[in-house]
Design a protein around this ligand. Sequence first.
Ligand SMILES: Cc1ncc(COP(=O)(O)O)c(C=O)c1O
Length: 423
Amino acid sequence: MSDLASTTAPAASLDELEQAHADLVAAGLDLDLTRGKPGADQLDLSTDLDGIIGDDWMLDGVDTRNYGSLDGLPSIKAIGGRLLGMPATNVLAGGNSSLELMGRYLVHAHVFGVGGPDTAWNRGQPKMLCPVPGYDRHFSLTEHLGIEMVPVELTEDGPDMDRVEELVGNDHDVVGMWCVPKYANPTGITYATEVVRRLARLGQVASDHFRIMWDNAYAVHDLTDQPDYLESIFTEAEVNGTQDSVVQFASTSKITLAGSGVAFLGTSLGNLAAFRDHLQYFTIGPDKVNHLRHVRKLGGSRAIGDHMAAQAELIRPKFAIVQEVLADGLGDDGRHGHWSTPSGGYFVSFWSRPGLAGEIVDLAARAGVKLTPAGAAFPYGDDPDDSHIRLAPTYPAQDDVRRAMEVFVTCVKLATARADTTS
Ligand SMILES: Cc1ncc(COP(=O)(O)O)c(C=O)c1O
């Protein structure tokens, strides 16, 4: 939440706001705050990946140009282990997309069964718990596979654990749960240590095939010098003997190149062996040449930290602009809504007054600012309060972020003023 001293928005009449919006529509802007994509300046930090190999194609004694090494070679697995906080031996290094690995893992669990055909989720009426607001692509993937989604409130500390424990303990059709534990997409919160501990204990009461999909996409994406702390779920699961219940994911998509990074899956050795058995039917091995590039670039002990500090320098001003324009334009008295102030990650969440999110997104679209559709951060696109809007400021240039946010503020004020006159 915004921690500024309480202020009110500059006053404007409904007529003035309608006119301001009409002027914006006439201006024919074309701005986009929809997706969490790195800006070109961020990508420029990794252009040295091209050419980094020279003529030495060997990694860990293996010619990377050839087939093989289904789960990657030790040096790239070690980088995944650092991102996921677990030993390299528990990690699989895959292709360029962690979302694809998540999809493959779900197909493995849902269609084939993590412990053989009898354990396939699709033998029953599987349900996945979905902390909301959450990552829209988790939800569309789950829906695509025909798995029922059960929303659970995401609080400032993580998922509502009383509700999660009740659901997992009482209903063995609950086969899984999505988690984005650090700088969550889209609210930016990080799970509190006690929440991580309670999640790690779920495996003691859940069905044997229950899997927490621990998507740590923003593990090293700190924006401040006081980064959020995330307790290690791997360690907690070891303490509780529940290692099989947690499958972790990460990638370098938002470290190096969004379309040409390396994705990782980390889990218990038993789970990993079962997943490898599944994966071998789809590929002879990952892109080890790209693995080699990433080992050369990120393999040093300080390399990831230094690189992410340079990323933060580029992103931080854009997040500051979002906070500044919202605070200046809307005040902090909650009349027009409230918003998150994350210490890292890629997103800011805005909550309008209930019932206005769809209208605000439509108003912004007409004024030339594309926003993620209202409701996108909820299973089946259904935000019961019609209140949440995700803002993604990394991709546009700073001036465009400011312009887009000013338009957004006008749209929030207009929708709120219209609601005031009709209530
Ligand atoms: C939470 C989360 N997980 C995964 C992804 C996609 O990751 P990848 O590029 O590794 O598929 C994103 C991208 O925005 C994300 O926000």
